[in-house]
Design a protein around this ligand. Structure first.
Ligand code: ADP
Length: 547
């Protein structure tokens, strides 16, 4: 099923004839160079994480050809991006910017409007523009991956860490713009940024923060990467999870390297869950927990080994609880229900003090166990956590995809307060609805002092229409049911953007009306990523595009 003949040779942008499209593409080729505009007219290939397509959603949830581009353009500079944006306005063709396109599980590189032209920034705009050692900061273009930034810091032997998500192949800038998270004390990627250069949907160029104040003799402002908010309204936020601009440069603060110690805790009973959350809250609020720890259900200990589901269980439906227990009891984690991955930072004495406080807090949960990396075999996942939590990018989480053949995955990511009773409401909804649709539940909770990201990884076989149908039904119902209880998603796949946006509807959709006002003012022709995060420009609204 990797590469089947295309139904239509090129999926045209809406309301565009083939003739008008060819003419527009010709103009674009003249402006950017023949080789930098590529038609999407070949068979679609899903590839894999490191060789992912920029033509469609490799983890398709609907027909592979439903979310496709018409072409891809590769700008080399901010000026090129401005030229592409002006071209889109002239021809009325929607464009869809991506950095590296590795936000797998949220739509990959696919545009929301089929036939859009994907603006692949990452391929040629991939420079680390600066690393300021004194200021502990850097400025990057969209094509700089966590691996690339890490390698450069090692090459120059600088005393810094980077903060990467579970997978290190993504774009530092793209992930921050989409408000992704990581696992060192600087895990809030958008929060760690300082200053942006943005091409607006009309082609105008904007610098945010101190960047708006010109430096001496035409230099960049010397405090652009020092002070994020500068003067007047803090505008950076509207360029995250939106379709209000194309970010071409972004500054980030870097973390100084420090001592660190990762560890694993296990808890014996499923029903310990709310109590574990209650214990984490004060530890996190007081800063005793060093990073955003992960709490995972024990079923993930099976999954992250990289063995397929059939290795553990050959029956139909989700792996039953007793089978999970049976296998877990023979693994390093032992017969438990929840597994906690944490890391402490500082010098040896500080780490020792922190660990003592953590152990004595969790002693309230009967049967909890504590493991250092040296207590588990060398191939155990704890060693990969230790790397991620000390700023080293890895790819271990890809092993999840061995669970099924033709595996794809999707995230359901609601936010709850860090309170046992709230977390339990969302967990119970997940347990019930995953069982209803016969899908394994893989919850990973990233728990901070006041909120937690309750993230479930839904794995499906993309060659099975039945599985796709069940996954779609599960997602739709999860979003609706959690919203009824007052909880919402922090991020979602393209296909659920409208539904999730509609749940944020307090006071007669005041927030969406506000977003639409900004969208229409900045993008009067509605060319930039229509529909992204549920924000549709005037041209598209109420014409049946919303899902
Ligand atoms: P990554 O490779 O880090 O996973 P992506 O390039 O896939 O990140 O970006 C995730 C999403 O964020 C994209 O689908 C796009 O909607 C948006 N995005 C990424 N980069 C930019 C950018 N430079 N300007 C505007 N939006 C962007």
């Amino acid at each position: 099923p990797e590469s089947v003949p295309r139904r239509c040779r090129v999926r045209l942008p809406p309301d565009t004839t083939r003739e008008a499209f060819d003419e527009a593409i010709d103009t674009l080729r003249k402006a950017l160079g023949e080789d930098n505009v590529v038609l999407n007219d070949k068979p679609l290939i899903d590839g894999w994480y490191m060789e992912h397509p920029n033509t469609h959603d490799a983890f398709h949830l609907v027909d592979q050809e439903d979310l496709v581009s018409s072409a891809t353009v590769y700008p080399a500079s901010t000026a090129d991006v401005q030229a592409v944006v002006r071209w889109a306005n002239t021809h009325g063709i929607p464009i869809y910017p991506i950095s590296m396109g590795r936000n797998v599980g949220y739509g990959g590189t696919a545009p929301r409007v089929p036939g859009s032209v994907v603006v692949d920034l990452g391929k040629r705009m991939n420079k680390i523009l600066s690393i300021d050692v004194e200021n502990a900061s850097c400025v990057v273009e969209p094509g700089v991956s966590y691996f690339a930034l890490y390698d450069e810091i090692q090459r120059r032997n600088l005393p810094f860490w980077i903060d990467c998500p579970d997978l290190g192949g993504g774009s530092v800038l793209g992930n921050a713009v989409d408000r992704g998270v990581g696992y060192t004390p600087m895990g809030d990627h958008f929060g760690a940024h300082c200053g942006m250069e943005v091409v607006l949907p009309t082609g105008e160029l904007l610098r945010t923060g101190m960047g708006a104040l010109p430096g001496k003799d035409g230099a960049d402002n010397p405090t652009w990467q020092s002070f994020p908010a500068a003067y007047g309204p803090y505008s950076d936020g509207i360029f995250s999870q939106s379709n209000f601009g194309i970010v071409c440069q972004m500054g980030f603060h870097l973390m100084h390297e420090t001592g660190h110690q990762s560890y694993m805790l296990t808890f014996p009973r499923d029903e310990d869950f709310p109590d574990i959350v209650e214990i984490i809250r004060p530890l996190a609020q007081k800063g005793i927990l060093g990073n955003i720890p992960q709490l995972r259900h024990v079923v993930q200990e099976l999954n992250v080994t990289g063995h397929p589901k059939s290795h553990w269980y050959s029956g139909p439906g989700p792996v039953p609880r007793d089978i999970i227990h049976k296998h877990a009891s023979r693994m390093p984690c032992g017969d438990c229900a929840w597994v906690f991955y944490g890391t402490q930072y500082g010098d040896e004495a500080a780490i020792k003090t922190q660990l003592n406080m953590i152990k004595s807090a969790f002693a309230a949960i009967k049967g909890f166990k504590f493991f250092f990396p040296s207590d588990v075999p060398p191939d155990h996942y704890l060693h990969d956590r230790a790397l991620v939590c000390s700023g080293v990018p890895v790819l271990r989480e890809l092993d999840w995809l061995n669970w099924k053949s033709n595996a794809a995955h999707l995230f359901f990511s609601p936010i709850t307060p860090t309170r046992g009773k709230d977390a339990k409401i969302v967990h119970d909804i997940n347990v019930r609805l995953h069982a209803k649709y016969g899908i394994d539940l893989f919850p990973t909770l990233c728990i901070a002092g006041r909120e937690m990201h309750y993230i479930t990884n839904i794995i499906y076989d993309r060659s099975s229409d039945d599985e796709k149908r069940r996954v779609n039904a599960l997602m739709t119902e999860l979003i609706a049911e959690t919203a009824r209880e007052g909880y919402g998603e922090y991020r979602t796949h393209l296909l659920y953007a409208d539904q999730v946006a509609r749940t944020y509807n307090w006071n007669d959709n005041a927030l969406m009306r506000f977003n639409e006002t900004i969208k229409d003012a900045l993008d009067p022709n509605g060319i930039l990523a229509p529909g992204r995060n549920g924000i549709w420009p005037k041209k598209y609204r109420g014409k049946g595009w919303e899902l």
